[in-house]
Design a protein around this ligand. Structure first.
Ligand code: DX5
Ligand code: ZN
Length: 227
């Protein structure tokens, strides 16, 4: 994974057809997705349940590019190796997932993956300066995690700007997760984001039989983000 701050669109397969994930991953990549975002939920850290490591391993051959695994799991450390072995390129763990996030990030890098730090809307960023040399991606949650299709929480903009200033010229991505739309993509990138996760905005109106809708949705997001 070469570092670049150009805009990357990362569709969340939480909004895909759950009976057809392989084809959905191929379709979004064919239609211009840069990363494929996989939302792992444990029914404890967040009030929903989704994908285990076997699911990610099964998806891996259907993803040519970056498999971006967002772990909404607590405690998380015991599961890192399984998701790395499943073929994740990026593994993000939550700042709130336990008291030893520094160790968690170290472990992710030790497994050969890029390390992501996800931060909930209600969590401050005072700890980030102490973690900056351990992270490759900061995933700013712009909704409370658990479900797709929620509205972006506006207080996130100040947080994104503050993180962008903290990062300086370090090769650290700012990823935005939750409520990303064509209307707010430009403002998010202007604030400092370079990876836009989008579930409902990308999958809305499309299907594996009508993949050009995904293409149009991704193109509209990219145009708004770059404009
Ligand atoms: C929320 C997930 C997000 C979400 C994004 O818990 O982490 O990735 O699915 O979905 P939209 O874009 O619909 O808000
Ligand atoms: Zn996510």
């Amino acid at each position: 994974m070469e570092f670049s701050r150009t805009v990357k669109i990362a569709p969340s397969i939480l909004s895909a057809d759950f009976a057809n994930f392989g084809a959905e991953c191929r379709a979004i990549e064919d239609q211009g997705a840069d990363w494929v975002h996989v939302d792992v939920m444990d029914g404890h850290f967040v009030p929903n349940l989704t994908f285990g490591p076997a699911m990610c391993a099964a998806l891996r051959p259907h993803i040519r590019g970056v498999m971006d695994v967002h772990l909404m799991i607590s405690p998380v450390d015991a599961y890192l190796e399984a998701y790395a072995k499943a073929g994740a390129d990026v593994i993000s763990a939550h700042l709130e997932s336990g008291p030893h996030v520094h160790r968690t990030l170290q472990a992710i890098r030790g497994l050969g993956c890029k390390a992501g730090l996800a931060i909930n809307p209600g969590t401050g960023i005072e700890a980030v300066p102490y973690l900056l040399d351990m992270v490759d991606v900061i995933c700013v949650m712009t909704v409370n995690p658990g479900f797709g299709g929620q509205k972006l929480i506006e207080s996130a903009y100040d947080k994104i700007r503050a993180l962008r200033a903290m990062i300086g010229d370090r090769p650290v991505h700012i990823e935005i997760d939750g409520g990303v739309t064509v209307e707010n993509a430009g403002a998010l990138v202007a604030a400092g984001a370079d990876v836009l996760v989008a579930g409902s905005t990308v999958f809305k109106g499309g299907s594996v039989d009508r993949p050009q809708v995904y293409g149009a949705n991704i193109a509209a997001l990219r145009a708004a983000a770059e404009g």
